[in-house]
Design a protein around this ligand. Sequence first.
Ligand code: ZN
Length: 207
Amino acid sequence: MMWHFIDVDFIDRVLIHLFYCPMPSGRTHDSITLWGLPVVTGTTWFYTGNPTVAIVVAGSYLFSGLMFGPDLDIYSHQYQRWGWFRWLWLPYRKMLRHRSVFSHGFLVGTIGRILYVAMIGGTAAGFGILGWSIASHYQGVMSWDRAAFSLITGLIAPLWKNLQTHWILWLAVWFGLETGSMSHSISDTIGSAWKRSQRKRRSNRDR
Ligand SMILES: [Zn+2]
């Protein structure tokens, strides 16, 4: 038959060598992120005509692809890149099953990670404010509740103002984070679809 004249196994091996990524490894994900960088930056620049927005999108895309991506739900490159701070992601890893919709899902993944970091940051800030208020209370500067109130308003007011004036840049940050995360999830999906089709082909051949 026709197939006997064509070395299908050889073609298969070449294809696997070129494209086979069952569930892209950390290195494959890293190179997808890096190859995507000029595309994401160029497209944003083209559509917004604003180099600052393009740079912000590029930076957050890179950050998301390399260390703020969906694979923070396992012991991954992304997880290891947090270095000393990686323990912050331990509860996240414990809470989510690998490739859960809450880490790999569209919008849900990135929003979940932002909320997670905000929660940790908020708790740290809360303890900081409490400590500072108690210290100023005992030093007789002002009562602890007034100290806490002035500190909170002193933090929130400028942050809110910044959000209002630079909302485009904040939107760019979010867009970059989401794009970096989606480049990961999409390659995961393509990788496993490819693997499934290969397995099916192999079992058909073995029959
Ligand atoms: Zn993944």
